[in-house]
Write a protein that binds this ligand. Structure first.
Ligand code: AMP
Ligand code: MG
Length: 337
């Protein structure tokens, strides 16, 4: 339970994450505590995420997830000093649902609203959770593939996907091959039993990557009936993670960052973790892995970034709190670093 004594008590932020299939509500305090991190995941009946169906899931559940987070944090709504939400990037209908909930809560409680960038939130909660101070970050998830590091007031992008995210590539192939949802863990399991490297397109262009050709090629190899699932999964992982590794290593060598942070849902993968470990060793950097509950899409990262933003003067008036499905992390000035 939180006792409010003015002047000594930390500020409390409730953060709402709804950029894709996860609806998350987190509660963080300005002394760096994560008080709650509740998540409800929309699982599509068939196929990939349908934005409007995911948005309906979020609007049906947002009330109960907020209540669950307050209960977990052992606070009441009156203890919330401000509300933050993921303003982008993400799927429009999903973002709008979370934003609507955040606006409603902030105006009901008469507290400020703070819109934060989803990708920056991944990095910030990763720094909080691991203690990394100035890492180069590889952020790999269902919707994003970004190599980023802080430089002159912003998180700069050193490399990114030109088309689909690595997680999307894994999930789509898994669905085609009839593997469990989500695809990443299922592919990891089969890959451990594979050994034959099927040639697949390795697409690193400058510092950027493309995974759509890889997805098409591995899908065609599957349809050809010439390979077993373990070899297909092994080859997909080896090729995709080698691409991520090459770009990450070059960015690390270029920036000379002392730390390498792996985050996003795909960061749970043991093979990718070993690639990251080797690169870090080679470049004399320290590797960090974000605990899975804070590495996948979650509300705690939005709440914590809300704290950083709010305590550095950032406010988002309701009138200008539009979501931006394409909001890049390198567009955001970072006053807290
Ligand atoms: P996120 O978008 O950050 O919530 O993470 C979800 C993505 O992570 C999905 O694409 C999953 O397939 C992927 N994922 C989760 N666990 C693993 C794993 N062990 N290996 C590879 N990908 C994974
Ligand atoms: Mg997700």
């Amino acid at each position: 339970m939180l006792l409010k004594v003015s002047g000594i008590n930390p500020l409390i932020c409730l953060g709402i994450e709804s950029t894709a299939d996860n609806l998350g509500v987190g509660i963080a305090s300005s002394d760096g505590m994560i008080l709650a991190n509740e998540v409800k995941v929309h699982v599509p009946d068939l196929g990939g995420i349908h934005p409007r169906e995911a948005a309906r899931h979020h609007s049906e559940n947002i009330g109960s997830v907020i209540t669950a987070a307050l209960t977990k944090a052992q606070i009441t709504a009156k203890d919330i000093d401000f509300v933050s939400f993921a303003q982008g990037p993400g799927l429009g209908p999903c973002l709008r649902t979370g934003a609507t909930g955040a606006r409603a809560l902030a105006s009901y409680l008469k507290v400020p609203l703070v819109g934060v960038n989803h990708c920056i939130s991944h990095i910030e909660v990763g720094r909080l959770a691991t203690g990394a101070k100035d890492p180069l970050t590889l952020y790999v998830s269902g919707g994003n593939t970004i190599v980023s590091g802080f430089e002159s007031g912003r998180y700069r992008v050193f490399g990114e996907t030109l088309d689909i995210a690595i997680g999307n590539c894994l999930d789509t192939f898994a669905r085609l091959a009839g593997l469990e949802y989500p695809g990443g863990p299922a592919i990891e399991k089969f890959a451990a039993q594979g050994s034959k490297l099927i040639p697949l397109p390795y697409a690193v262009k400058g510092m950027d990557m493309s995974f759509s050709g890889l997805l098409t090629a591995v899908s065609n190899e599957f349809r050809s009936g010439k390979h077993c699932i373990p070899d297909l999964c092994f080859s997909l992982q080896e090729t995709g993670y080698a691409m991520l590794g090459e770009v990450t290593e070059r960015a690390l060598a270029h920036t000379r960052k002392p730390e390498l942070l792996l985050t996003g849902g795909v960061g749970a993968n043991k093979r990718l973790r070993s690639v990251i470990r080797e690169i870090a060793e080679e470049q004399g950097a320290k590797p960090y892995y974000v605990p899975i509950s804070l590495a996948t899409d979650n509300g705690a990262m939005i709440a914590w970034t809300g704290i950083l933003a709010y305590t550095h003067g950032i406010r988002t008036p309701i009138e200008t709190s539009y979501v931006d499905p394409r909001w890049r992390l390198d567009e955001v000035e970072i006053p807290w670093r």
